[in-house]
Design a protein around this ligand. Structure first.
Ligand code: 4UU
Length: 585
């Protein structure tokens, strides 16, 4: 048995009687703060520069929680969807829900109404926070879900609540919906600020849900991942410990000195745990960007706010090293940016080399994690040079084994599926025991990651392939089963198979293979290959008009039959073989 252990310092014991609200606001270990840093701005709204200290955040959370309790009846186990671009109130909303024992289900703010409805239904959300930009789509989805109108909370931004153009002069409600600000005002007046606060018994944090995040896992449609409080609470400590923050020896990150780029989407596990919860817990100032709107704006924000920590996905790094707009800023960035983590999809060696040249001397490396592991399993360790192609080493208190397709545990250096275990592994998929059993191995407490890896003797992990169906476009999840199901709704399609093909900019791009329906075949027989072209275009549009942008197809190929094994399982490997033989587009 070869079990690979983390070389990072162990955290020791993790509290298992604390929800995240309590952990973050009351379990405030001394390494994070000397008294002076209490006045640090911890969250900064990038567009306006408005900022909040730790205590201002806590007050806002307390007021919002009281408002949610009294006006919406939010309590233990109420599930509330958050559908919003990044904003300072994203964290406030999450922690207010957690204080009441409610569960946050964060959705991609660019979803369309049907994509959002799917998540609202699957998570059984009974209330929703809507970012102002997300009002139309969110309103539609809430109505479809028959959500009560007064269970909609509009998250205004400082831009619209202050100064010129302030929304409705500080009104508490819009029609029947609440403004978040209105709930805060209600809560501020509350005589029983902390009534309804959840308390967990010893061990309970290991079971009590904090988040329902969506991931397709190994196969099938996106599923709600049951994330218990203990998981993110552990992961932020593992991250801190691995980087020397708990021992205090060689601390990689420092409150007061470091400023984080809050640009990863907070609905996604990487942005949520690393880019939001960990920074806040660590007392590190976080500049919150509504979204990534190009490499140049990101660089300008970085320089304007003195940002030193970058959390990126590979396509952003490609832009950084290749886009001529970025070039003039590189020397300045190399002086200012102290740490750069890249994750959520593979980073090529070529881009890695260029990055080393672009930002000489900057501490950077890959991180690796997944929704089901409530995030970071490995990252680039402090104090060494980046190892091209490596997703880093196991973070504190993570163990791994590499398993062959025959189920044999491999010696170090051999290829196989990564099985990982540690305190941040989540509980499973909501209402889907079968998919849970396929991924969470009861014996040994392992999580099967569906990623093919190998380790070297030093503990560097290399991700070589993805064994699961999942496609990653710019780090976003695309479930082939979702696109296949959607294509089957089209009258021209008898059967469909979707795979991801490599793409320079996006990492991967979904491509569909379809077998035509009888009527479509007849049209082709009558009108020839011109009709085939029209059918392909029609199918590309059918996806483009109904799915979020990163799910759009790069190409459609018509084939006679979708390859299946005798039990009817789609053979994606064969589609991949066929794709190799196709002429380049
Ligand atoms: C090759 O993408 C994520 C989480 C990413 C993350 C988290 C913490 C990155 C850095 C970090 O510190 O989650 P999901 O659930 O959307 O997708 C998980 C899958 C993995 O199973 C793997 O296939 O995304 C892929 N993946 C990567 N692949 C994640 N990181 C990497 C990586 N290289 N560095």
């Amino acid at each position: 048995m070869t079990i690979i252990k983390s070389s990072g310092p162990s955290v020791g014991t993790y509290p298992d009687d604390k929800d995240l609200y309590t952990f973050i606001f009351e379990h405030w270990p001394s390494y994070r703060f000397d008294p002076r840093t209490k006045s640090l701005p911890l969250l900064i709204d990038e567009p306006t520069g408005q900022s909040w200290t730790f205590e201002q955040c806590r007050d806002r959370v307390d007021h919002l929680a009281a408002g949610l309790r009294d006006q919406l009846g939010v309590r233990r186990d109420t599930v509330v969807c958050i559908f919003s671009p990044n904003s300072v109130d994203y964290l406030i909303a999450i922690l207010a829900l957690h204080k009441l024992g409610a569960v946050a289900s964060c959705a991609n703010p660019a979803y369309n109404a049907s994509e959002l409805s799917y998540q609202i239904d699957a998570s059984k959300s009974t209330a929703i926070f809507l970012g102002e930009e997300a009002l139309k789509v969110g309103g539609e989805a809430a109505e479809k879900a028959k959500m009560r109108k007064d269970h909609v909370v509009i998250m205004q931004t400082p831009r619209t609540t202050q100064g010129k153009g302030a929304l409705k002069g500080g009104a508490k409600r819009e029609g029947e919906a609440w403004y978040l600000e209105g709930l805060v005002a209600e809560g501020r007046d509350s005589k029983e600020l902390h009534k309804g606060r959840v308390t967990l018994k010893p061990g309970e944090a290991r079971k009590k849900l904090a988040f329902l995040s969506f991931s397709s896992g190994t196969t099938g449609l996106p599923k709600g991942v049951m994330i218990q409080h203990y998981a993110p609470l552990s992961n932020i400590q593992q991250f801190a410990s691995f980087n020397g923050m708990i021992s205090g020896k060689g601390t990689r990150f420092l409150p007061g000195r470091d400023v984080s780029l809050g640009g990863l989407p907070f609905y996604h596990i990487y942005g949520l745990v690393v880019g939001l919860l960990w920074t806040f817990y660590s007392g590190i100032t976080n500049v919150v960007l509504p979204r990534f709107s190009g490499i140049e704006p990101m660089i300008k924000t970085t320089l304007k706010y003195g940002i030193t920590l970058w959390w990126l996905v590979p396509p952003q790094v490609v832009l950084l090293v290749k886009d001529p707009k970025a070039k003039p800023y590189l020397p300045q960035l190399a002086k200012q940016v102290r740490f750069l983590m890249i994750g959520a999809a593979p980073l090529s060696d070529d881009v890695s080399k260029q990055l080393d040249k672009a930002l000489p001397g900057v501490d950077w490396g890959q991180g690796y994690g997944m929704t089901e592991s409530c995030t970071v399993l490995s990252m680039h360790p402090p104090g060494i040079k980046p190892v091209y192609g490596s997703a880093g080493r196991l973070v504190s208190d993570v163990e791994a084994q590499v398993v062959s397709p025959e189920g044999k545990v491999q010696p170090v250096g051999e290829l196989g599926e990564l099985w990982a275990r540690g305190p941040s592994v989540t509980l499973g998929y909501l209402n889907n025991q079968k998919a849970t059993d396929e991924m969470w191995v009861k014996e040994g407490g392992w999580l099967r990651t569906g990623d093919e890896v190998k380790f070297n003797e030093k503990g560097d992990m290399f991700i070589l392939d993805r064994l699961k169906e999942l496609i990653k476009v710019k780090g976003f999840q695309v479930a082939p089963a979702e696109l296949e199901g959607w294509l089957l709704n089209h009258e021209d399609v008898a059967d469909a198979g979707v795979i991801g093909l490599p793409d320079d900019m996006s990492g991967e791009i979904p491509v569909a293979f379809v077998a035509l329906s009888q009527t479509a075949k007849e049209r082709v027989a009558k009108d020839g290959s011109g009709e085939e072209g029209k059918i392909k275009e029609g199918l590309m549009r059918f996806v483009a008009d109904n799915k979020i942008r990163y799910k759009h197809l790069g190409a459609v190929h018509i084939i006679d039959a979708i390859p299946k094994n005798p039990s009817g399982k789609l053979l994606r490997r064969e589609l991949r073989e066929q794709a190799k033989k196709l002429p380049a587009p």
